[in-house]
Design a protein around this ligand. Structure first.
Ligand code: PEP
Ligand code: MG
Length: 572
């Protein structure tokens, strides 16, 4: 396509975020939407006919997803296969089927009904202020689009007609089940305008070994159809019309991406750990050189089902995560649902104010069977190895003591049953409720370590809903009030020899990191794709200057003053 290629006079480099490592070179193939299977809208027939079409398409989608699950499990293991097992089950879920049939009875076409019901469900998930839930919304939309495509007779058409030439797909975003059906030998790489580092589409690309770069602003508009494109999924670079030297440099580096040895000297003694939700991500974190897993969001296993997973299911997943972490310490946070992270099974009555309701550890102590199952699965998964358990939303010492009693008794029971003496399991807590920050000295007597969850700590300290964009400025981790709480927590932890980490979004923010280091935080636990950048930020810091900056920030009277200090304004 000489015409569009001419728009690029010479080699151009676009910068995005690393998604799936590796290098690929191929012809640009632009896809207009996340679900290239879809085309025209079908006319509405009799509601009975539409209902039959819907039921048939749901059954077909469930079968297709079941087949994808089997194939991906063979290629990439249970963890990734489970994504499509869950999708396949969801396609048979009465919670989706019934409302869609109601829409048809009210006059909608089968395709519109399924798109509207799944879109509503996805919007609900996306509105939860938790990355994990937002990403699961993509799975639900994926299913809706697959079913609609089947109804419209589009399924089975090959949306990436590569003519046998290796292609680099350029799309706004891609559905996970679309990525799962890509043939590695025909797809050299993927470039997305949007995408998410922990989304299922990215996880599947990693598992299939397809290099992926995400978050490239306007890639679909900047890359002309059919030009040569090189993708470096390890660094996030996309090179349009790469010259020979650029190709040489990329290919030279491509085969070997050695695991980066954790080097705490380079980061001034501050460890960079990872926040993960699956074994796949734990492996990526280990590859990226994380010193440990600072936060396992165990919610992944509990979402989109009508009852909590069994002990056996949980044990298998936790064991895989431990294995993938390859000897690094792993901190499993117990189930953190309730409030803004609703579970789909009965967690209790509807609350007037869920943000201040029965959530996190409060739910655990009120539904001890679910908590006990999880603790047992964790203890069994640990075997004779090491493992750390962390409680979310702790507000009082009693909560920690109550869980410790349960944990101790489960450890004893497992020891009797298995004749294996578990290593002492550390029990730590999230500091995300101001009461816990203020009482950190007391909590340090009963908790083995602290991890500061700045997302919630900021919300509760400033009484500013973290999902409300109107309050974005108020809800900043740089607010002096928050910095004082963090300072108190670090001091209390140090006095009693407790390890203190930060695992909220602030830990990955280059503007906040210098102050966290200056306050004495020992570990930053961040999303896997940010590990390299956080390590680079740490390496560039002067620790003495960080201490001075933190002291001045604590003396500041406003957020604006703290921001001026960070910007280097001596007037503060
Ligand atoms: C936090 O609150 O900072 C945190 C890490 O937990 P979550 O974002 O999952 O609530
Ligand atoms: Mg939290």
């Amino acid at each position: 396509m000489a015409g569009s290629a001419a728009r690029v006079a010479r080699m151009t480099v676009l910068i995005g975020r690393p998604g799936a490592p590796g290098v690929g070179v191929g012809r640009a193939l632009l896809l207009a939407s996340a679900a290239p299977l879809l085309s025209a809208v079908a006319a509405i027939e009799d509601p009975e006919v539409e209902a039959t079409k819907l039921r048939g398409a749901l059954a077909t989608a469930a079968d297709q997803l079941g087949e994808i699950a089997e194939r991906i499990t063979d290629q990439a293991g249970d963890e990734v296969g489970a994504i499509f097992v869950a999708q396949s089950l969801f396609a048979r879920d009465p919670g989706i089927v019934e409302p869609a049939l109601e829409e048809i009875a009210a006059g909608a076409s089968a395709a519109d009904a399924i798109l509207s019901v799944t879109s509503l469900h996805a919007d609900r998930l996306a509105s939860v202020d938790d990355e994990y839930f937002r990403e699961r919304a993509a799975d639900v939309r994926d299913i809706g689009r697959r079913v609609a495509a089947i109804i419209r007779g589009d399924a089975g058409t090959d949306p990436w007609r590569t003519d046998g030439h290796p292609a680099v797909l350029i799309a706004p975003d891609l559905d996970p089940s679309i990525v799962a059906t890509l043939r590695r030998e025909l797809v050299e790489g993927i470039v997305l305008d949007r995408g998410s580092p922990t989304g299922h589409a990215t996880i599947v690309a990693r598992a299939l070994g397809i290099p992926l770069v995400l978050g490239v602003d306007d890639a679909t508009r900047s890359v002309p159809q059919d030009v040569d494109v090189a993708v470096d999924g390890s660094t996030g670079r996309v090179i349009i019309e790469p010259d020979a030297a650029a190709l040489h440099e990329l290919r030279d580096r491509a085969p070997t991406r050695p695991t980066i040895a954790p080097d705490n000297d380079a980061t001034h003694g501050v460890s960079v750990a990872a926040n993960i939700a699956s074994a796949q991500e734990a492996a990526v974190a280990a590859q990226a050189g994380a010193t440990g897993i600072g936060l396992v969001r165990t919610e992944l296993l509990f979402l989109g089902r009508h009852r909590p997973p069994t002990v056996a299911e949980q044990r298998a997943t936790y064991a895989r995560i431990i294995e993938a972490a390859a000897g690094r310490p792993v901190v499993f946070r117990t189930l953190d649902v309730g409030g803004d992270k609703p579970a789909s099974w009965g967690t209790g009555p509807v609350e007037a104010n869920p943000a201040l309701g029965v959530r996190g550890v409060r739910l655990g102590t009120r539904q001890p069977a679910t908590l006990d199952d999880q603790l047992r699965a964790l203890v069994e998964a640990a075997g004779a190895g090491e493992l750390r358990v962390m409680l979310p939303m702790v507000a009082t010492r009693d909560e920690v003591e109550a869980v410790r009693v349960r944990l101790d008794s489960i450890v004893r029971a497992v020891e009797v049953e298995t004749k294996v003496r578990p290593k002492a399991i550390q029990l730590g807590i999230m500091i995300e409720v101001p009461a816990a920050a203020v009482m950190a000295g007391v909590l340090a007597d009963v908790a083995d370590f602290f991890s500061i969850g700045t997302n919630d700590l900021v919300q509760y300290t400033l009484a500013a809903d973290r999902t409300n964009p109107e309050l974005a400025d108020l809800a900043s981790p740089l607010q002096p009030a928050v910095l004082h709480l963090i300072d108190g927590v670090v001091r209390a932890a140090r006095t009693r020899g407790r390890h203190v980490s930060v695992c909220g979004e602030a830990a990955g923010d280059p503007l906040v990191i210098p102050i966290l280091v200056g306050l004495g935080v020992e570990e930053l636990s961040v999303t896997t794709s940010a590990i390299d950048a956080v390590r680079a930020t740490l390496a560039s810091l002067d620790p003495v200057a960080c201490i001075a900056l933190a002291e001045r920030a604590l003396a500041a009277g406003s957020l604006a003053e703290v921001r001026r200090l960070i910007a280097g304004d001596p007037a503060g």
